[in-house]
Ligand binder design. Structure first.
Ligand code: ATP
Length: 301
């Protein structure tokens, strides 16, 4: 495991921000820590990075306790962004790369290469404050990549990015995974996580609701929903053995143990089927079914 948390608890006065949280992140995957505002995501990541000390529990990063050596293989994008506003873009990046152990010229070269890749090469000599917020965010992401870390820890990396830049970031995260890197990121936008994550942990009020492989979670908690568009008398659909049914004039959603083929056979003589498909449950459906109203504050889209 690249990261193991065992029974982590962190209190701030009366508030239990993280409550007996255990997680395992295998290497080479994209792992999403998901939950609404205040769920404890940032606190968890800060504990992983040794910024905060847990009140209880154990953290093991790349098989070891968190220390300077192991952290040198980690790239961290904090939730609160901010680089030296008065300094020149390339100088800031070069300096940050040096802090991570790169020699000056390597760091500068790498910074320029990444600026090029992210479409910011012509801003290399601008001051950081002259860049738009989104550009500054890209800059901060570049700073995470400078020393080619094995593990990327990204706190709400998509917040504040427009769709095009979100897509650029997403592509780059996928690329890092294909290079064998591990990416852990937090988000309250479940749809974003759904598109990218191999593994997820859903968190509510500091506690883990469910974690594991996304496909397995879907298989386990997923309702078997079939959507049908049809012409004809919808009454026929009521006769299909079902767990739940939402029936409209020409459309129905059926939760059933039957296969699509069986439903087609059943309906074939009774209505005209225009379209039929099995739909996967979304993560948000699963989250809501597990935590109910506590899912408030999540962006379901
Ligand atoms: P968000 O999506 O809003 O960033 P989050 O899931 O990252 O939320 P945390 O920032 O970890 O949540 O906060 C979890 C809880 O701990 C919240 O109730 C928050 O108010 C509290 N908390 C976090 N940091 C501190 C702190 N330094 N002092 C006091 N309380 C804190």
């Amino acid at each position: 495991m690249i990261l193991q948390l065992e029974g982590i608890t962190k209190r701030f006065g009366e508030i239990v921000a993280v409550d007996s949280l255990s997680l395992e992140v295998p290497p080479g995957v994209i792992y999403g820590i998901l939950g609404p505002n205040g769920a404890g995501k940032t606190t968890t990541l800060r504990i992983v990075l040794g910024i905060l000390k847990p009140d209880a529990g154990k953290v093991s990063l790349m098989g070891r306790p968190v220390d300077v050596d192991v952290l040198s293989r980690v790239g961290y994008l904090p939730e609160e962004r901010g680089l030296y506003p008065k300094e020149k873009v390339v100088e800031v990046l070069t300096y940050l790369g040096e802090l991570k152990g790169l020699p000056h010229s390597d760091s500068r070269g790498r910074a320029l290469e990444l600026l090029e890749e992210f479409g910011l090469r012509d801003r290399a000599s601008a001051r950081v404050e002259e860049l738009s917020k989104g550009m500054q965010q890209k800059l901060q992401f570049i700073s995470v990549l400078l020393h080619d870390p094995d593990l990327l820890i990204l706190d709400e990396p998509f917040s504040g990015l427009d769709p095009i830049n979100s897509e650029i970031l997403r592509e780059r995260i996928l690329q890092e995974r294909s290079r064998g890197k591990t990416i852990i990121f937090s988000t309250h936008i479940l749809e974003q996580a759904e598109k990218m994550c191999d593994y997820v942990a859903l968190i509510s009020k500091g506690r883990k609701v469910v974690d594991g492989k996304l496909t397995e979670i879907k298989a386990k908690y997923g309702k078997r929903t079939i959507k049908v568009e049809f012409d004809g008398d919808g009454k026929a659909l009521r006769e299909i053995p079902h767990i739940s049914l939402r029936l409209y004039e020409r459309f129905a959603e059926i939760e059933t143990e039957l296969e699509v083929n069986d439903v087609v056979k059943f309906l074939a003589d009774r209505v005209k089927i225009n379209k039929i498909e099995r739909t996967e449950p979304s993560l948000s459906q699963i989250y809501i079914s597990l935590v109910g109203g506590e899912g408030e504050g999540l962006d379901y889209n």
